[in-house]
Design a protein around this ligand. Structure first.
Ligand SMILES: Cc1ncc(COP(=O)(O)O)c(C=O)c1O
Length: 397
């Protein structure tokens, strides 16, 4: 009993230090676990119960067109290296370094960017350290943090569903001694909102320079807002910035597992000790190199995504549903019902849609599929949801 009271007092004090009224670090950690549980359940239905191949997959923000011919050829030609661990690798690290105008020493390859997320946690979030980020976001970083007994301070989005940068800065400074890393997903998953370039700069200029800022740019290729800019330039400036990139989204290689980090050499060296030995397969390295060169396919995918996303979201808005303006290959629509139940309804109609992202429990995240898939989605949506009185979208673009 005594211990309990003492513990509560301690947690109360700690919550106050964290600067977040009402949300103790323990609650935040528990939230992280719940979210991951539902994530796995919602985005991968039991293949024994459904014909997975026949489902229209609008749940994981994948590229619905598949890898282009040139990339598949490069991968097919690489089968012969299947007996080798590391080399030849198609010159992947050099190709990535060249692509970003950095040195090979600034690049670290991961088994998807998930591995990068994991090792950043391993390196910078030991027991009792803090990760500061927004809520909701791509919660994997918070989950990994929970595993290592670090804690998340997840700051609610603003009324326009944007990152509250002033608050991120305030909370980071307040807890500067304990913050292991600041996580910024840009554009943010699940909202598709960007953090504008001046806010990234403000963040980096405002917090102590020795706190690493981890910027996850998984969806960077889809953005066309001029207020956005990729943050590799800060690595080149020598700031303590880690960028995560992936070949899973626009490059259509999600199932092949390839991602990477760009960071100052000292950070890459620190991260390197946490990566799995021989963490990528022989085939995808060649696919990655070919993909970096295929700018035409990238531009085509970006354009198609925007065209289809804008058409579908306009249609939903015309039906009276609030949609968050997105800069990514997914969007959120307010269905005014619990998303888990809505997901089950869509599943019965042959569509897998996005999981729930608490606290946005009534906002459905929909990945942008092909033209045909999205026509099917709209048909299903109209069957499930009535026309609403027009709603005002709050976000400002
Ligand atoms: C923001 C974000 N980061 C990282 C990942 C992990 O992707 P991967 O491991 O396939 O590179 C995802 C996957 O959906 C994501 O949405």
């Amino acid at each position: 009993m005594k211990t309990d009271i003492a513990r509560r007092k301690f947690m109360g004090k700690l919550a106050a230090v964290l600067g977040y009224a009402g949300l103790s670090p323990l609650q935040l950690s528990a939230q992280g676990r719940t979210r991951q549980g539902s994530a796995a359940a919602a985005s991968t239905p039991d293949p024994k119960k459904v014909d997975y191949d026949k489902l229209i997959k609008l749940a994981n923000n994948e590229n619905p067109y598949g890898p282009p011919e040139g990339v598949m050829k490069a991968m097919n030609d690489a089968w012969k290296y299947g007996n080798r661990y590391a080399a030849p690798d198609g010159g992947l690290v050099d190709a990535i370094a060249e692509h970003h105008h950095v040195k090979p020493e600034n690049v670290l390859i991961g088994c998807g960017s998930s591995e990068i997320l994991k090792i950043v946690d391993d390196a910078f979030l030991p027991d009792h350290k803090l990760v500061v980020g927004v809520d909701p976001t791509y919660e994997t970083v918070y989950r990994f943090a929970t595993n290592s007994k670090a804690k998340a301070i997840a700051i609610p989005l603003t009324k326009t569903y944007d990152a509250n940068m002033k608050e991120i800065i305030r909370v980071t400074k307040l807890n500067a001694r304990d913050v292991g890393v600041v996580y910024i997903c840009n554009p943010n998953n699940p909202t598709g909102r960007i953090v504008p370039k001046d806010e990234i700069k403000l963040l980096l200029d405002s917090i102590p320079g020795d706190i690493p800022v981890f910027i996850d740019e998984a969806y960077h290729h889809f953005v066309d807002d001029p207020n956005y800019e990729p943050s590799v330039k800060y690595v080149i400036e020598g700031r303590k910035v880690i960028i995560a990139r992936t070949f899973s989204k626009i490059a259509a290689l999600a199932g092949m597992r390839l991602g990477y980090a760009i960071a100052p050499k000292e950070i890459i060296d620190q991260l390197r000790s946490f990566v799995m030995t021989y963490n990528t397969n022989a085939i995808v390295k060649f696919g990655g190199v070919a993909s970096l060169k295929d700018t035409a396919n990238e531009a085509k995918t970006k354009q198609l995504n925007k065209q289809i996303r804008d058409r579908v979201t306009n249609e939903l808005k015309a039906m009276g549903y609030e949609v968050i303006p997105s800069q990514a290959n997914f969007f959120m629509v307010n269905v005014k019902k619990d998303v888990t139940a809505v997901g089950e309804e869509f599943l019965k109609k042959g569509f897998i849609v996005g999981r729930k992202f608490p606290p946005m429990n009534e906002w459905l995240r929909v990945s942008v599929g092909t033209d045909e898939e999205m026509k099917g989605f709209m048909k299903a949506f109209k069957e499930l949801f009535p026309v609403q009185p027009p709603a005002q979208t709050k976000a400002g673009d």
